[in-house]
Design a protein around this ligand. Structure first.
Ligand code: KG4
Ligand code: ZN
Length: 336
């Protein structure tokens, strides 16, 4: 079965072709980051309009790249939610129109299920069951995964998502959007030990997270330095980025280890934009090795939003016979 995947939930237009026999045939991405950067974050209306402009040419480019004709495509998978409603609308309506025109089924995929299964696109994929850490711009969740669609929430952030905290901390230091990769880069030049930021909720039992206090702590640190010396030096920024990243990464690692201990599982799959963070990967591998756990993640371009994860997740469900009515609508808020 050959599936065309479409992702338009936020600020990346992603398209891919995934074949049940041959694997990933093509994957194309258009990122709107440069456009939104001017405004310091995603402007929903601009995002929708840009998806409208870019999606059809990107679908054609993906077919060309794979040397596939429309007649060879068996089904369409698209991101139905959660995300920005206007952006989701573009992908949903395009998928509906193409499915109707080509006479093939369409299926709406949960964006976070796409992320969750993305590590399965790699050569050494995890096998069910496993614990998943979903860390993106909108979500921070620990989920027990028994199989496709069998998800039990173990814990989640009670306020900001980890990626959102990275983005907000970056904004406080006038770094570009999205802040995660910029914080990560600066952190590598930071002085260990100059600042120590709190590890929120690690002393409390359970698997929930909270990142808003860490955000306030970062703001206070930035403002105290600004008051003292006018503006932050590059080294100040690097030192703050280092302390911030260590706090987030250690907090996530502690809870992941606890999740494996609690469930008795040995595999931890991490997915979503923040799972591209190298320090998080290192820290998780160290923390989980102590309990005999193994960490799985996708290559960096499949950690952030992409069409391949949607094609792959869609394929799993389409093969099981699922499909949507052609009147399917996007769902902006949709629990996993
Ligand atoms: O999964 P994603 O592309 O979109 C959502 O579904 O939200 O995640 C985007 C988030 C942003 O907050 C971004 O700053 C963060 O992932 N991110 C990172 C890194 N790369 C992306 N955070 C920390 N370190 C990174 N290397
Ligand atoms: Zn995402």
């Amino acid at each position: 079965m050959l599936v065309l995947g479409i992702e338009t939930s936020c600020d990346e237009t992603g398209v891919a072709l995934y074949d049940s026999e041959k694997g990933l045939l093509a994957d194309a991405l258009y990122s709107q980051i440069d456009m939104h950067n001017e405004y310091g974050g995603v402007v929903p209306e601009l995002a929708s309009r840009d998806h409208v402009k870019k999606l059809l040419p990107l679908i054609q480019a993906t077919l060309d790249q794979a040397e596939v004709t429309s007649e060879q495509v068996d089904a369409i998978a698209f991101t139905k939610g959660p995300g920005l409603v206007g952006a989701l609308m573009v992908g949903t309506m395009t998928a509906r129109a193409i499915a109707f025109a080509w006479g093939i089924p369409a299926l709406g995929v949960h964006h976070m299920e796409g992320h969750l299964l993305a590590p399965m696109l790699e050569d050494t994929p995890p096998t069910f069951p496993f614990v998943a850490l979903l860390v993106s711009g909108g979500h921070t969740q620990l989920v027990q995964v028994e199989g496709i669609g069998q998800y039990q929430l173990l814990g989640e952030s009670l306020d900001d998502a980890a990626g959102e905290a990275f983005d907000k901390a970056a904004k406080m230091m006038n770094l570009p959007y999205p802040g995660g990769p910029h914080i990560a880069k600066l952190a590598s030049q930071g002085t260990p030990g100059r600042f120590t930021f709190p590890r929120p909720m690690v002393d409390r039992p359970g698997l929930d997270f909270s990142f808003s206090g860490l955000k306030t702590y970062t703001l206070n640190t930035v403002q105290a330095l600004e008051k003292e010396q006018g503006e932050l030096s590059d080294q100040d920024k690097a030192d703050i980025a280092h302390a911030f990243q260590e706090a987030v990464v250690e907090t996530l690692a502690i809870k992941c280890r606890r999740a494996l201990e609690q469930t008795g599982m040995k595999q931890l799959v991490m997915a979503g934009g923040v799972s591209a963070n190298i320090r998080l990967r290192e820290k998780l591998e160290q923390a989980l090795a102590k309990v005999g756990g193994q960490v799985f993640y996708a290559r960096p371009q499949f950690c952030t939003d992409n069409g391949a994860m949607i094609a792959f997740a869609g394929l799993q469900r389409l093969q099981a016979g699922q499909q949507d009515d052609l009147a399917v609508k996007p769902v902006a808020r949709w629990p996993l």
